[in-house]
Design a protein around this ligand. Structure first.
Ligand SMILES: *[C@@H]1O[C@H](CO)[C@@H](O)[C@H](O)[C@H]1NC(C)=O
Length: 316
């Protein structure tokens, strides 16, 4: 089985159309590779080329009207005990000086008036924010896209022990304190695309999804072995960053690696595979994008032997 996969892959090298999506260019027979189809796709299809997330924007707008209704009908002074009623505002009362509308921002406005809080999700998209607002302690999902945030400080996300997703797409972030995300024990998804980031901070090992596309990481922005201990990481998107190398080592759990439009010129035979162990198979990694890089994938034919699919890029 192993040998036949390798031979088949060896014969499989052909020309790819530069930017064509992988689904159009590869016929993938899941039975042949012995991988159950159910394991393959990500639970939600993520199009990192999308400029704005229209669906979520629409949801956000609806939520805002729902939450405004609940403001006008609910007494603001005291929290009701009614656990079953939805939507429920975040209880920010444990944060000093904060009430049912969350902690006070610098402008003196509570976070949940400036933004929209629904359940434990805080939506701050497109509010002209220039800093991360103080978040209620129970926040699990935080969206702050299309703002003017320039800097992430050490304590912006301090003590948010339930935080699972941070989305800061399309801000002006150029600086992130190295420990800003490190002590978030539940953080799964970190989206920092379309900013001006030059240096990646320390990353918590719970992350499954990282998108730092469209930044300025360049040659040195990714520390050595930055992803090595992220053993739940499934999706890593670092397109459009002027990177000149593939960050190594890649965790075994990785399913998708998008590195389009960088400056990667070469790859080693054991970037993905193990030249000393021809029985090794990297089963999970089935979506590698290297198109838009000055790299000739035909030069390293043995580098793909252990993969379920060939990378997309120039095979010329
Ligand atoms: C790419 O590499 C292959 C194999 O070394 C070589 O035959 C081919 O000419 C190269 N193509 C370009 C455009 O350099």
């Amino acid at each position: 089985m192993q040998t036949s996969v390798n031979v088949f892959l060896g014969l499989f090298i052909f020309e790819f159309a530069g930017a064509a999506p992988i689904t159009d260019t590869i016929i993938y027979d899941s039975e042949f590779y012995d991988i159950p189809l159910g394991e393959l796709p990500h639970p939600f299809a993520y199009d990192e080329n999308k400029q704005s997330d229209q669906v979520e924007t629409e949801i956000g707008t609806e939520l805002r009207s729902v939450i405004q209704e609940s403001y006008s009908s609910a007494p603001l002074t005291e929290e009701t005990e009614d656990e079953a009623s939805t939507p429920k505002l975040i209880d920010g009362s444990s944060v000093q000086g904060s009430g049912v509308l969350g902690p006070q921002t610098q402008d003196g406005l509570p976070t949940c008036l400036l933004c929209t809080c629904l359940g434990t999700t805080v939506y701050c998209d497109d509010r002209e924010l220039d800093a991360v607002p103080p978040l209620p302690k129970k926040t699990t999902y935080f969206y702050s896209r299309y703002n003017r945030i320039r800097k992430i400080s050490r304590n912006d996300f301090a003590n948010l022990n339930l935080l699972k997703r941070i989305d800061l797409t399309a801000n002006f972030i150029s600086e992130i304190h190295k420990d800003a995300f490190r002590r978030l024990p539940q953080l799964r998804e970190l989206v920092l695309r379309d900013n001006r980031i030059r240096q990646l901070p320390e990353l918590p090992s719970t992350l499954t999804f990282i998108d730092v596309s469209k930044n300025r990481l360049g040659r040195r922005g990714i520390p050595n072995e930055a992803f090595k201990n992220l053993d739940e990481l499934q999706h890593l998107y670092i397109t459009d960053n002027n990177l000149d190398h593939i960050p190594l080592p890649l965790p075994e759990s990785l399913q998708a690696l998008h590195l389009q439009n960088n400056n990667i010129q070469e790859m080693h035979e054991d970037t993905f595979c193990k030249m000393r162990d021809f029985t090794y198979v990297r089963r999970a990694l089935e979506d590698i994008r290297l198109d838009g890089n000055p790299i000739n994938l035909s030069k390293t034919p043995y580098a793909y032997m252990c993969l379920p699919r060939l990378p997309v890029g120039n095979l010329i």
